[in-house]
Design a protein around this ligand. Structure first.
Ligand SMILES: Cc1ncc(COP(=O)(O)O)c(C=O)c1O
Length: 401
């Protein structure tokens, strides 16, 4: 049998895919990374479940040598990652945390990172419990005020790490203004874009150097995969991160890449519904007699609204709230009595989830630190899914009582 000619090398993005850059979001999301399989014409990228590739002679291969370094299913997804974030390059990792870890591995002992004081607890744990031990210094500031970032810059600042909107308080940081600071400090700016997704926000267009995603969330979208992504424009930076990806080995398997490729195809439809349901529920919660405060950047009077409106295309389906009765008992009652909102960590799937950050997603942040940064014991976080909004409201109404 004649070997089938597969004309893709790990750095090649076909012209038909490059043309997508100028297309609208829905077209990009459906076609990103999807080219008919060169060996069969299969419209869906096959799951190349292989660990290695047969070579014709030493050093003579089709661009694939060993699956930790390259895999065609992963390559299709990495092209898709680039396209959906208006980037030149995308890299896929075994989890969001592995993607974050790879960015920190660009640094050397003595280097400093300015990071948000309100961010995903797992990022905070990685920074404080793992990387501080290797001599990287982290300065945590409220990144929603650029003055705090300016004040924290030193000659050793090499990276600014921003999450916007933040998990779980929905604080908004001005990406373009922070990019101006990072450029003058000659530091990299990496934005964790997990909460917004590329449907709502594209940080590279606003001057960021790297975008990070927990693809576990909106990109996968169906709560069936753990994965992380990095997107960037600079070829040298891509080389450094690719070196870390293959040398440290936190790569996703091909089946997981297939699932995220499939998830991305409906990102625009899902996000539209997440936003619509999110708005209905946020406004309903704010009018509820037993609710003290609702965190959602779509409220015209929320502190980050003007910036969010400027840099996002919508406000998403993530909402946090506190009850007037701030006791843990009252919060626990709500957390354990919803039926449609399942009590679980994670977010961004089609089904609605309810979460207690203090004991779940953000338990790794010391209590004093949490409270100081506004994350109280009784805060409840919702990942609003794409079920019927009226059914979701009825479920919350019963649980809040
Ligand atoms: C904002 C944010 N960043 C990063 C992560 C980490 O991603 P993963 O769980 O895929 O490692 C999460 C997970 O919840 C997250 O919410």
């Amino acid at each position: 049998m004649t070997p089938l000619h597969i004309n893709f090398s790990p750095l090649h993005i076909s012209n038909s895919l490059k043309n997508l850059v100028n297309m609208k979001l829905a077209t990009k999301f459906i076609h990103a990374g999807a080219e008919p399989d060169p060996s069969t014409g299969a419209i869906m990228t096959p799951v190349y479940q292989t660990s290695t590739y047969v070579q014709e002679a030493p050093g003579k291969n089709k661009g694939y040598e060993y699956a930790r370094s390259q895999n065609p299913t992963r390559k299709a997804l990495e092209d898709a990652y680039a396209i959906i974030e208006n980037a030149k390059f995308g890299l896929a990792f075994g989890s969001g945390v592995a993607a974050t870890d790879s960015v920190i591995k660009l640094l050397n002992p003595g280097d400093e990172v300015i990071a948000a004081n309100d961010m995903y607890g797992g990022s905070y744990r990685l920074f404080t419990k793992v990387w501080e031990r290797y001599g990287i210094k982290f300065r945590y500031v409220d990144t929603s005020d650029v003055k705090n970032i300016k004040a924290a810059v030193t000659a050793n600042t090499k990276l600014i790490w921003v999450e916007t909107p933040t998990n779980p308080l929905m604080n908004i940081s001005d990406i373009a203004a922070i990019a101006a600071i990072s450029k003058s400090a000659k530091a990299l700016l990496c934005v964790d874009n997990t909460f917004a997704s590329p449907y709502l926000q594209n940080p590279l267009d606003l001057g960021a150097d790297i975008v990070m995603h927990s693809a576990t969330k909106y990109l996968g979208g169906h709560s069936d995969v753990i994965q992380g992504a990095l997107m960037m424009n600079d070829a040298e930076l891509r080389e450094k991160l690719y070196f870390i990806q293959k040398s440290c080995g936190a790569v996703p398997g091909p089946m997981d890449c297939f699932l995220v490729l499939r998830g991305i195809k409906t990102l625009h439809l899902r996000m539209k519904q997440h936003c619509e349901n999110g708005e209905k529920i946020a406004r309903w919660l704010r009018d509820h007699a037993k609710v003290a405060k609702v965190y959602w950047p779509g409220f015209e009077d929320s502190p980050g609204h003007a910036v969010a409106k400027n840099q996002m295309r919508g406000f998403g389906g993530m909402i946090s709230f506190v009850l007037k009765d701030e006791s843990m008992e009252a919060a626990n009652k709500v957390l354990s009595s919803t039926k449609l909102f399942s009590l679980a960590e994670s977010l961004g799937g089609v089904e609605s989830l309810i979460n207690h950050p203090a004991s779940m997603t953000h338990a790794s942040i010391p209590r004093e630190e949490r409270i100081k940064n506004g994350l109280g014991d009784s805060l409840i976080r919702l990942s609003v899914g794409i079920e019927d909004a009226d059914d979701l409201i009825a479920d919350l109404d019963k649980a809040i009582g």
